[in-house]
Design a protein around this ligand. Structure first.
Ligand SMILES: Cc1cc2nc3c(=O)[nH]c(=O)nc-3n(C[C@H](O)[C@H](O)[C@H](O)COP(=O)(O)OP(=O)(O)OC[C@H]3O[C@@H](n4cnc5c(N)ncnc54)[C@H](O)[C@@H]3O)c2cc1C
Ligand code: SF4
Length: 488
């Protein structure tokens, strides 16, 4: 039996530090950086939770995981029960425990954050998912029973296999529907596999989550580009799908649009990370070419920029600079990612703006010409606008540039489904449930919101699954979904 502690005793326990690979070791490998809590550390951290009657942490979670309930089970040493509680609302806990920005979602709302350190909710979520998986591997826990949909159950098509599609699939499978997922790339997972690097999110974990859905009857078609293979209208009218969910993300890179951007050695972060992560260019003997720059500049300061910088270090760069036109305070990346990047030796250059890439006579990048900036009045985003300082131009020698200034929507779906409502940036317009004005078509994740987070995409996928079930029930009440269907 766990010791019963008073609130004062709980609050006296310090937040448990997660062990991680030392910076000088990890900057030369792609193994995961944080190593996870031990059983003792997890139990100790769980004891810090005050089990609040009104748990504000739950409000901060986009999928409303029942946080104090699962933490109580961790404190009791019952990992399987903790996982069941998490999985009731979050089908990808091992992923969310690693990449969710907890510091700005659940943990910022934790009552302990007001006077000190929040309960480490994300680390506990990761512990539970990993702990139960290792028990499963050792045969100590039985897997959840895998039920297969009936052949005559309604068919739903999902376009894209990122977190929005995976979360939508999980709830539709739970409701007993036949779900087919179409993925343009040769591997499922979206940004989880082609964007976020192995050292932050091991791909085996993503594979295990997807395999669990395949065991529950998900039909997956890879190398299947909707808009080319079928249009959305063909899926609905000729292929027998009662509804379509579009979760195609926002994977088209934005460029700086400055001279020299087509020189050899200049990459979009999207291409650079895809080559290294998805095409495994970092493995010895890999056939995927990637240029291993020695002096690398990464433009941008979000998670993608940090991932690109840390990846460049790991494939052999001697110096990596983040070049950002605002200041540290405006950096959009997670604090933990910035901290890890700096620990590994990534250098930050603030208030600098690139004007031109300069090449040698063979067309290879050799330098960037830029100008220095200062912060002016706030812009539409609420952040102070960077303004050029007159006569402040400078030149820095670099042999590789990675542009990580954001992404936008891919035009293929909207070009092939012209009655799908989109806004001026090309993102699909839906109501709060994910329903579009085109009958039977739902959407969610980055293709609706623009680049956001894994858990927000998952939340959108879950809401859309509920709306799809409601839509199908309305069409034919006899075939609606099982009583376990998530209610809209
Ligand atoms: C490098 C990087 C790091 C990030 N780090 C974090 C982080 O630490 N924490 C966090 O919460 N978020 C992070 N994000 C953001 C997060 O990954 C995204 O918000 C999330 O993946 C969006 O999910 P999604 O399902 O909308 O789309 P995606 O994950 O983009 O998946 C969309 C899928 O649709 C497929 N597709 C596109 N068009 C078609 C088509 N026509 N037919 C078939 N398939 C198609 C794509 O190939 C892709 O697999 C990061 C993003 C990047 C790029
Ligand atoms: S707010 Fe913090 S202390 Fe309260 S239940 Fe949530 S995690 Fe526990």
């Amino acid at each position: 039996m766990p010791t019963i502690l008073t609130p004062k005793e709980r609050m006296a326990i310090p937040r448990q530090t997660m062990p991680e690979q030392a910076p000088e070791v990890r900057r030369a490998n792609f193994n995961e950086v944080p190593l996870g809590y031990s059983d003792e550390q997890a139990a100790r951290e769980a004891q810090r939770c005050l089990q609040c009657k009104t748990p504000h942490c739950v409000e901060g979670c986009p999928v409303n995981v029942r946080i104090p309930e699962f933490i109580a089970k961790v404190a009791e040493g019952d990992g399987a029960a903790a996982l069941e509680i998490i999985m009731a609302t979050n089908s990808l806990p091992a992923i969310c425990g690693r990449v969710c920005p907890q510091e700005s979602q659940c943990e910022i709302k934790c009552v302990l954050a007001k006077k000190g350190d929040a309960v480490a909710i994300g680390r506990l979520e990761r512990f539970v998912a990993d702990h139960v998986r290792s028990q499963l591997l050792r045969g100590e826990t039985a897997p959840l029973p895998a039920t297969q949909p009936r052949a005559d159950a309604p068919k739903v098509a999902l376009i894209g296999s990122g977190p929005s599609g995976l979360a939508c699939a999980a709830d539709l499978l739970l409701a007993g529907y036949n779900v087919t997922m179409f993925e343009a790339l040769h591997e499922p997972g979206g940004v989880l596999v082609y964007g976020i690097p192995e050292f932050r999110l091991p791909k085996d974990i993503v594979k295990a989550e997807i395999n669990a859905l395949l065991q529950r009857g998900l039909e997956l078609m890879t190398n299947a580009v909707i808009g080319r293979l079928f249009t959305i209208d063909e899926l609905l009218q000729h292929e027998g799908y009662a509804a379509v969910f579009v979760g195609t993300g926002a994977g088209t890179p934005k460029f700086l649009n400055i001279p020299g951007e087509n020189l050899n050695g200049v990459y979009s972060s999207n291409e650079f990370l895809t080559r290294v992560n998805l095409m495994k260019a970092y493995l010895p003997g890999s056939e995927t070419p990637v240029f291993r720059g020695k002096r690398v500049a990464v433009f941008g300061a979000g998670n993608t920029a940090m991932d690109s910088a840390r990846t460049a270090l790991r494939i052999g760069a001697q110096e990596v600079h983040i070049m950002y036109r605002r200041s540290r305070a405006e950096m959009p990346a997670r604090a933990e990612e910035i901290h890890h990047a700096e620990q590994e030796g990534v250098q930050m250059q603030f208030l600098v703006n690139p004007l031109e890439f300069l090449g040698d006579e063979r067309g290879w990048l050799k330098a960037v010409r830029g100008e220095r900036m200062q912060l002016g009045e706030p812009d539409a985003s609420g952040r102070r606008r960077p303004v050029a300082i007159p006569d402040s131009q400078y030149e820095t020698a670099i042999d590789c540039a990675i542009i990580a200034i954001g992404t936008e929507s891919n035009p293929l779906i909207r070009q092939t489904t012209t009655d799908l409502p989109v806004n001026k940036w090309g993102y699909i317009v839906t109501d709060e449930t994910g329903r579009t004005t085109k009958p039977g078509v739902f959407a969610g994740g980055d293709i609706v919101t623009g680049a956001a987070t894994v858990i927000e995409a998952m939340g959108a996928g879950k809401r859309a699954a509920a709306a799809i079930i409601q839509h199908i029930r309305a069409l034919n009440p006899a075939v609606g979904g099982t009583p376990s269907s998530p209610e809209p």
